[in-house]
Design a protein around this ligand. Structure first.
Ligand code: ZN
Length: 500
C-alpha cells in the first residue's frame, strides 16, 4: 500500500490546525480588540469551534489512520514517524476522557472562573472554595481516567511537561527552594540595594512602544510574520508559522516593565516562528513542553534583557526615545535598576530571585491537594505559612494571596512547575550556549543577537515536538534537568550586584 493513510492523516491534522487557529484568532481578538458587550457571544463561538476541533481529532477514523500507520506495514521516514508518534500520544489522551466528562469539566470550570473573579474582587476565599472543591474532585477523576504510575499528579503534569516525573521534580525543588530562599535573605539584608531614584520621571507610552518594537526587531522577531498589540495580560499566540503575535503592557512610571513583557513574549514568539516549514499545520509545530517554551521567554527576558552587556548597548539608545534621561545615568545604573530584588506578594511581578519560590509553594499545595494530604479549606492558612517560610512576608488578604492566579479556576493543576522548570532549563541551555559562542556577551553588547537566535533555532526551535523536554536538555547539556546552573547564575549575578 502507498502512503495513503499518511496523506489522509496529514490532511485531517491540517484541517484541525486551521480550526484551532481560527479559535486562537477569536481569542486574540477577545483580548485585544473586542467590545465588552461581545463577551457572551464570543464565548459561544469559541466553545463551538473548540468542540468541532475536538470532535474531529477524537473521531474513530483518526484512530484507524493511526493504527494503520503504527502497525508496522508502512515504512515511515523519521519525520513521519515522529508525527505519527506525537499525534498518537495526543489521540490516546484525548480519547481517554469521555465526552460527558469533558462537558461537565467545561461547565464546572466556567462556573468556577466566574466565582473566582467575584471572590477575588471581594477578597474572599470561602466564596471560591466550593467551586475549587468540585474542580479538585474532577481533576482526581481526570487523573484516574488518564491513568498513571505513582502519584495521580503525574497524569496531570504530563499535559504540560510530558515525561517529567513527580519524584524528579520533588528532588529538584527540594534542593532549589532552601538555596534560593537563603540567597533572597542575604540580598534583602544587603547594605547596597540599587538606587532607582533616577527613574522617577514621565515615560510616555508612545516612546515605550517604539522602544519595545526596536528591541523585538533587534532580537530577530519578524514583524512581517507577526505584530505587537496591547493587552492587560501579555501573551503570545500563533496562527501558523507566518503569523505569530505578541502583546505587551505599559506602566507610565516604569518603562522596563514593557521591555521585559515584550522580550518575554518575544522569546516565546521566536520559538513559534522557528518551527520548520514542513511541520506547518501539524502537532510537530509546537514547543517541546510548556517548560521549554518558558525557557525561551525567560532567557530573552532575564538572561539577556537584564544583563549588563544588553544595557551597554541600549543605554545610549534610551536617550533617543527618552531625551530627558540625564547623561550621568550609566549602563550600570540601568542594570542595577532592572535587577532589584524585593520579596513581594504577587507572582507575576516577582523578580528572578524570588519567582521560583512563588511557583514551588503553589506546586506543593496542589500536589498535597491531589494526593489528599490536605483539603481545599486549608489553602489560605497553608499559603500564609509558606509565604512566611519562603519569602518572609505576611499575606494581608486572599486577593493578594491564594486568589491571585487564574490557573486553578480554569481547572489547571500541574501547570505551575513548568514556570520554574523554564528558568532551570534556560540556565542549563545558556551554559552550553556560552561554551559554543564564547564571545556571546561581546556580540550582545554590540547589538548583534543573531548568533544567539541562530543557535536556538538549531538546537531548540526547529525540533518542534520531536523531542521531549528531558531529551532536549540531555541532548544539549549531556545532563538531566537540574537546578545547579540556575543557582550558579543567580549567585554570580546577584552576589556581584549586591556585594554579598
Ligand atoms: Zn511565558
Amino acid at each position: 500500500m502507498s502512503d495513503a493513510p499518511l496523506g489522509r492523516l496529514r490532511e485531517r491534522l491540517g484541517e484541525i490546525a486551521d480550526l484551532r487557529a481560527a479559535a486562537d484568532l477569536l481569542h486574540w481578538d477577545q483580548e485585544v480588540n473586542m467590545p465588552p458587550k461581545a463577551a457572551a457571544g464570543r464565548g459561544r463561538q469559541l466553545a463551538t469551534v473548540a468542540a468541532l476541533a475536538h470532535r474531529m481529532f477524537t473521531d474513530a477514523e483518526m484512530g484507524e489512520f493511526l493504527k494503520e500507520l503504527q502497525d508496522g506495514a508502512h515504512a515511515l521516514a523519521p519525520d513521519d514517524a515522529a508525527l505519527v508518534n506525537v499525534t498518537a500520544y495526543d489521540y490516546v489522551r484525548a480519547t481517554k476522557l469521555p465526552e460527558t466528562f469533558v462537558h461537565t469539566f467545561a461547565e464546572e470550570t466556567s462556573k468556577a472562573y466566574e466565582a473566582w473573579v467575584k471572590a477575588r474582587e471581594i477578597s474572599s476565599f470561602p466564596a471560591f472554595q466550593p467551586h475549587l472543591e468540585t474542580l479538585l474532585e474532577l481533576l482526581k477523576k481526570k487523573a484516574d481516567l488518564l491513568g498513571y504510575e505513582g502519584s495521580p499528579y503525574n497524569a496531570l503534569l504530563d499535559e504540560y511537561e510530558r515525561g517529567m516525573r513527580i519524584e524528579q521534580l520533588e528532588a529538584i525543588f527540594a534542593e532549589l527552594a532552601p538555596k534560593q530562599a537563603a540567597l533572597v535573605e542575604r540580598l534583602v539584608n544587603a547594605t547596597h540595594p540599587p538606587d532607582t531614584t533616577w527613574t522617577r520621571r514621565d515615560w510616555p507610552e508612545s516612546r515605550q512602544w517604539d522602544l519595545t518594537v526596536r528591541i523585538l526587531s533587534d532580537m530577530g522577531y519578524d514583524f512581517e510574520a507577526g505584530r505587537q498589540d496591547k493587552s492587560v495580560h501579555p501573551f503570545t499566540t500563533s496562527f501558523g508559522l507566518h503569523d505569530v503575535r505578541v502583546t505587551t503592557r505599559f506602566d507610565a512610571k516604569d518603562p522596563f516593565s514593557a521591555v521585559s513583557s515584550s522580550m518575554h513574549e518575544g522569546g516565546h514568539a521566536l520559538y513559534d516562528q522557528g518551527f520548520q516549514e514542513q511541520d506547518a499545520r501539524t502537532p510537530l509545530a509546537e514547543g517541546a513542553s510548556v517548560g521549554i517554551h518558558e525557557s525561551q521567554s525567560r532567557m530573552w527576558e532575564n538572561m539577556i534583557g537584564r544583563s549588563l552587556p544588553f544595557w551597554k548597548h541600549y543605554r545610549p539608545l534610551l536617550n533617543e526615545f527618552f531625551p530627558d534621561v540625564p547623561p550621568h545615568v550609566s549602563a550600570e545604573d540601568v542594570y542595577r535598576t532592572v535587577n532589584c530584588v524585593k520579596p513581594s506578594l504577587i507572582r507575576v511581578e516577582a523578580d528572578e530571585c524570588t519567582y521560583n519560590l512563588h511557583v514551588i509553594m503553589r506546586f506543593e499545595i496542589e500536589l498535597a491537594l491531589i494526593e489528599e494530604r490536605m483539603v481545599v479549606a486549608e489553602i489560605p492558612e497553608v499559603w500564609s505559612a509558606k509565604m512566611k517560610e519562603y519569602l518572609g512576608i505576611a499575606v494581608p488578604n486572599d486577593a493578594q494571596g491564594c486568589l491571585q492566579d487564574i490557573h486553578w479556576s480554569l481547572g489547571s493543576m500541574g501547570y505551575f512547575p513548568s514556570y520554574a522548570l523554564g528558568n532551570l532549563y534556560a540556565a542549563q541551555i545558556f551554559e552550553r550556549i556560552l561554551e559554543d559562542i564564547p564571545d556571546l556577551w561581546g556580540r550582545i553588547e554590540s547589538g548583534r543577537f543573531y548568533p544567539l537566535l541562530h543557535w536556538l533555532r538549531e538546537h531548540v526551535h526547529r525540533h518542534g515536538r520531536r523531542k521531549l523536554a528531558t531529551e532536549m536538555i540531555r541532548d544539549i547539556t549531556g545532563a538531566e534537568p537540574m537546578c545547579a546552573p540556575y543557582l550558579r547564575y543567580l549567585e554570580t549575578k546577584y552576589g556581584e550586584l549586591y556585594g554579598v
